[in-house]
Design a protein around this ligand. Structure first.
Ligand code: ATP
Ligand code: MG
Length: 260
């Protein structure tokens, strides 16, 4: 049984269908990359996978329909890091990360030692421990994204949904976030990440799902789906695809007109 399964998901905003008939399976222990042009419906589908927003069709978490689970039960299993984490949060980094523990605490209980340890370890993993005492509304865009990643890790979810986790991050932090996401998958989590860079997907994802105009147009092993002609069609852009001297890659780049 897949950790996460979507069957025939439709999402509407008013009368507009933003996601149409999306079906996918994501297994525990795998990292799935979700790619597609702006407006393709990636964030909308990812939120539906986390039980957020209105949709028809079914999302199953370990075979259980997500609409049969309470918000709190969902939050113990599924963590979603949104594309635009809120900026005007009146908390320090440590406080916000500790809030990730809420689904595991009793209704009136204060956090215990284990909650603090998990929050501190999540802050180390997302490299925000040095920011612990800083108010969130004073952080840079990339720092804030890492804080919300830490909060999701503190949730200790079995399913981690990441919407553009590498946006606004420098190359070093992009590599660290992807390394972390793939390490979590190797530890048994089911990770689904929206990515705009096929190179990150090719380097770290096990599976890839391509979306265009609300529909899933291809899905399968990353090595097969991340194909130059499929990606050219997906993005409507000319690409070059290369391999490193020892067969590393594939590496994709935009094919710009020669300037010589
Ligand atoms: N709150 C909303 N109300 C109305 N339409 C929306 C809303 N959110 C998204 N949409 C529309 O739904 C479609 C899918 O949006 P979505 O945010 O899922 O795309 P995306 O693939 O994540 O794009 P991006 O790569 O730009 O993040 C778009 O056409 C968008 O304009
Ligand atoms: Mg999006």
């Amino acid at each position: 049984m897949a950790a996460l399964e979507a069957r025939g998901i439709d999402c509407r905003y008013g009368s507009r269908l933003a996601v149409r008939g999306a079906s996918l399976r994501a297994e525990a222990g795998t990292l799935t990359a979700l790619l597609g042009p702006n407006g393709a419906g990636k964030s909308t589908l990812l939120r539906a996978l986390g039980g957020i927003g209105r949709f028809t069709g079914s999302v199953l978490v370990d075979g259980v329909p997500i609409d049969r689970l309470s918000r709190r039960e969902i939050a113990r299993q599924v963590a979603l890091v949104a594309q635009d984490p809120p900026a005007d949060v009146p908390f320090t980094v440590y406080e916000a990360v500790l809030m990730g523990r809420a689904p595991h605490q009793g209704r009136l209980a204060l956090e215990g030692r284990r909650d603090r340890e998990v929050a501190e370890s999540a802050m180390r993993d997302a490299e925000v421990e040095l920011l612990a005492a800083r108010p969130i509304d004073q952080l840079s865009g990339g720092e804030r994204r890492r804080v919300f990643l830490a909060r999701a890790l503190a949730q200790e979810p079995r399913i981690l949904l990441l919407d553009e986790p590498t946006a606004f991050l420098d190359l070093g932090h992009q590599a660290k976030v992807m390394e972390r996401a793939s390490a979590l998958a190797r530890r048994g989590l089911c990770v689904v990440a929206v990515l705009h860079d096929p190179n990150l997907a090719a380097a770290w994802a096990d599976r890839a799902v391509l979306m265009r105009e609300g529909e899933i147009v291809a899905q399968g092993a990353a090595g097969e789906v991340l194909d130059r002609s499929l990606l050219e069609e997906l993005y409507g852009a000319r690409l070059v695809c290369a391999r490193g001297p020892a067969g590393e890659g594939p590496f994709f780049g935009l094919s710009a007109p020669s300037r010589s």
